[in-house]
Ligand binder design. Structure first.
Ligand SMILES: Cc1cc2nc3c(=O)[nH]c(=O)nc-3n(C[C@H](O)[C@H](O)[C@H](O)COP(=O)(O)OP(=O)(O)OC[C@H]3O[C@@H](n4cnc5c(N)ncnc54)[C@H](O)[C@@H]3O)c2cc1C
Length: 484
């Protein structure tokens, strides 16, 4: 049940009823067979590689480290429980894109896009292969995806986008209004873009739990409820003269030759430079009760393709295996000062807006209730895709900034971390994506002012036929942005 302060204006009684029984937890983690937490680290241990963070980046890093370097002794430390943060709260769109979409990639990495797309497709294929080989029951479904336009300005450029996507090898079809409504029945659709490749849907909680199991089977030592409180080089060298990294935890610590920092935004507390590039943006999600056969039929969602709309403030939506609809996005919220507090995990005013938009989009579902309503932090950077770096003489490698498209890209991020820690010259680490950084955000309080101004401009553009005001045009020219 939602317990926060009420929205400022009176709530439509039908919307209020639809939300009245929604529990404020991620549906993906709110499962009766969730694994028992593993014990916290008690005492001091040594490892060749310590991974900080048990989201997708950390889990893939630990698992791939054992697969690629079988002699490596690997420890994974998670502050709460595996997939507790973004990895257990997302929409479950597992995209091949490493660049937050083709448009963003072409703008920023131009000539490298064919290689980035090839590596992304390979990454997605290998995710599917690992899931199959390890028997991870996470409903991995390579559905492709479809984007729907609800206004003329959103569908005008779709032919051009399709040409660019085809040049990069995608199977894509431009839909007119009737074709879009045959794909998924909403009176709002004016057209769309359908990709039959490049995206799979997964149950993210079960994928993370399966990777956790795979890590344990591969010999990774995982400690949950074990926040790393400091990360410093050893004061004097070990027997061979090497100075390892020391990780402090509440009841012990780890001495490790290499560290993969895979903690998302909080990674900035352990390595300050990360904090300049990444901000916590809250994104909110609703999940319906399972639809009846009749309600499902009224949607005509035969190919069960993952979907989004094409506004700057966009929604993403999909079916689950038990025929619920997940509906999230739109309201990317930055709390001034970059605050991340547990009370932000629910936001009634956003849930009310999301629910109203859901019923506007699918009026045939009037009367359906939401079972879950939750929020999570997106690690947002100004170029919308991951950045990498090393610290402490190359003994620490870090990644952050996936900006809302990390379910698939985190596995690629893990490969780059391992390449960097082992000082390997791979085509991955030679990419501009892996070598360059986004433009940093200004420090607070300027940061909050800039972000809130950008949010308002984006909302205004959506209301104003997509027209970008002077502020957004300036950011475009500088290659900067704000997104979820
Ligand atoms: C609501 C929402 C919807 C999204 N939808 C999608 C989607 O559909 N598709 C998509 O591709 N992406 C989506 N994303 C983004 C995606 O979830 C992330 O990009 C991805 O999960 C990032 O994984 P990660 O492992 O890097 O970070 P996280 O999942 O944030 O994991 C980091 C972990 O590090 C731990 N940690 C932090 N500090 C410490 C410390 N000091 N010591 C030990 N552990 C620490 C945290 O507890 C956390 O478990 C969404 C995100 C949200 C919030």
């Amino acid at each position: 049940m939602i317990t926060q302060k009420a929205p400022a204006t009176a709530v439509d009684p039908a919307i209020a009823r639809s939300l009245a029984h929604a529990v404020p937890r991620s549906f993906w983690l709110d499962q009766p067979d969730a694994p028992e937490p593993l014990p916290a680290l008690a005492g001091s241990v040594t490892a060749d590689l310590a991974v900080i963070g048990g989201g997708f980046t950390g889990l893939w890093t630990a698992l791939l480290a054992r697969e690629r370097f079988p002699d490596l002794d690997v420890v994974l430390l998670e502050a709460k429980t595996v997939a507790w943060a973004a990895s257990g709260r997302n929409g479950g769109f597992c995209s091949a894109s490493l660049t937050h979409g083709i448009g963003n990639g072409l703008e920023r990495f131009g000539d490298e896009m064919p290689l980035l797309e090839k590596l992304g497709e390979q990454n997605l294929r290998e995710i599917g292969e690992t899931i199959a080989a390890r028997g991870i029951d996470c409903d991995f479904s390579p559905t492709g995806e479809v984007a729907f336009g609800t206004a003329d300005w959103q569908v005008e450029g779709l032919d051009e986008e399709a040409v660019a996507a085809r040049q990069l090898g995608h199977d894509v079809e431009v839909l007119d209004g009737p074709a879009a409504r045959r794909e998924l029945n909403s009176p709002l659709w004016k057209g769309g873009l359908k990709f039959t490749t490049g995206n799979a849907l997964v149950e993210p909680g079960r994928l993370a739990w399966g990777l956790r199991r795979a890590c344990l089977d591969a010999g990774v030592r995982i400690f949950e409820h074990t926040p790393v409180t400091s990360l410093t080089p050893e004061s004097s060298g070990g027997p061979s003269g090497d100075r390892a990294m020391m990780l402090r935890t509440p009841y012990g610590g780890v001495r490790a030759g290499m560290v993969a920092l895979a903690a998302g935004v909080p990674g900035g507390k352990l390595l300050r430079r990360i904090g300049a590039y990444v901000i916590p943006v809250w994104d909110y999600v609703l999940m319906t009760e399972p639809l009846s056969a009749e309600q499902l039929d009224s949607l005509g969602w035969r190919d069960r393709r993952g979907a989004a709309d094409l506004g700057n403030q966009f929604h993403y939506f999909r079916l689950t295996r038990d025929n619920r609809v997940l509906w999230g996005g739109y309201d990317a919220v930055y709390y001034n000062g970059g605050r991340v507090r547990s009370e932000h995990e629910t936001r009634p005013e956003t849930f009310v807006v999301l629910a109203a938009q859901f019923f506007d989009t699918f009026p045939q579902l009037a009367g359906v209730s939401f079972s879950h309503a939750w929020g999570g932090v997106i690690d947002t950077c100004s170029r919308f895709c991951a950045f990498f770096g090393t610290a402490h003489g190359g003994r620490v490698a870090y990644v952050a900034g996936y900006t809302g498209l990390g379910v698939g890209a985190t596995r690629f991020g893990a490969q780059v971390l391992l390449d960097k820690l082992h000082n390997l010259d791979t085509e991955r680490v030679r990419l501009t994506l892996a070598r360059s950084k986004p433009v940093p955000f200004p420090p607070e309080p300027l940061r909050s002012g800039v972000i809130q101004a950008t949010r308002s401009s984006i909302a205004r553009a959506d209301r104003n036929e997509g027209k970008r005001d002077a502020w957004l045009r300036l950011l475009d020219r500088l290659g900067l942005g704000f997104d979820s």
